[in-house]
Design a protein around this ligand. Structure first.
Ligand code: SAM
Length: 293
């Protein structure tokens, strides 16, 4: 059977969102629907949830998961950057963004997100748009590849890996996750292969972020998402990457200075040791929350 995505920091998110009957919430990253179900349970009997998800695969599962909540749920297949065009201004009490990838996406080999199994080098979360990871590794310039690996993956061997990719694709286009993994393994000197994190981790993460414009999307929603919140409404963001967390922190701070929002998490909230033991994926999660004023 397929895997399940375990939602992170559920109690903490619910505390900040203050789910109540009669209120309206947006889960902008539905994934497996874990947070969404909890928001709906806690806002029963008449709270409303607008859910967004751009991955058709994920959507077909989450539709079933949320079916019991009937017409209290409205699901949209969209990139969350379009929220302000789709939801009425000042109509929502809380927004949740739980960024990145779900375990379900990661574990489906044919999506190409994981270096653990064989699959096409795809990595698009929304298959309607964007170039795939294969398009990028086969067509970007050496400098662009190096930039992406260094900045989005924080990969210290970015130059060597980018060079190896360019050399390899001259012989034959790179099409699969395992081909790319082998190139990365050869490019990083053996004695620097870490046991703690797979040598391919940073490159795969960097390509995924670029394929899906993840930083660009976060930047846009941080600028415009507030429009749909009522005064006193809250935005909660869970990120898994230091670049994302920094972007959230800095944007929150500058909006607070401008008197637009009030930050509710001076420091990011992180999962308890118990949660981390039960769900290792939660280890890098950071939650920040702010209120529109
Ligand atoms: C970490 S998972 C969310 C898990 C969810 N909170 C749960 O409890 O199951 C992130 C989900 O957001 C989706 N996603 C990422 N960026 C998106 C975007 N810009 N627009 C819409 N959905 C997005 C991904 O496809 C993925 O399914």
């Amino acid at each position: 059977m397929g895997s399940r995505h375990i939602p992170v920091l559920v109690e903490e998110v619910m505390t900040f969102l203050r789910c109540e009957p009669g209120h309206t919430y947006v889960d902008a990253t539905l994934g497996g629907g874990g947070h969404a179900s909890e928001i709906l349970r806690r806002s029963a009997p008449d709270g409303v949830l607008i859910g967004m998800e751009w991955d058709e695969d994920a959507l077909s599962d989450v539709r079933d998961t949320l079916m019991p909540f009937g017409d209290r749920v409205k699901i949209l297949r969209e990139n969350f950057i379009h929220l302000p065009d789709l939801v009425k201004a000042e109509s929502v009490d809380g927004i949740l963004l739980d960024l990145g990838l779900s375990s379900i996406q990661l574990e489906k080999g044919e999506r190409g997100f994981s270096f653990r199994g064989e699959g096409p080098l795809d990595m698009r979360m929304d298959e309607r748009t964007n170039e795939s990871a294969a398009d990028l590794v086969n067509h970007l310039s050496l400098e662009e590849l190096e930039y992406i690996l260094y900045h989005y993956g924080e990969e210290r061997w970015a130059k060597r890996i980018a060079r190896a990719i360019v050399q390899e694709r001259e012989r034959e286009p790179i099409g699969t996750t395992q081909t790319l993994k082998k190139i990365i393994y050869r490019a990083i000197p053996r004695r620097f292969h870490s046991r703690r994190i797979d040598p391919a981790t940073r490159t795969f993460q960097a390509l995924r972020i670029r394929v899906n414009d993840e930083l660009e999307n976060l930047k846009k929603i941080l600028e415009t998402g507030w429009e749909i919140l009522k005064k006193g409404g809250r935005m909660c963001i869970i990120s898994f990457h230091s670049l994302e967390d920094r972007m959230v922190k800095e944007t929150f701070r500058s909006l607070e200075k401008e008197g637009e929002i009030r930050i509710l998490t001076k420091k990011p909230v992180t999962p308890s040791e118990e949660e981390q033991r039960g769900n290792p994926r939660s280890r890098s999660a950071k939650l920040r929350c702010a209120e529109r004023i």
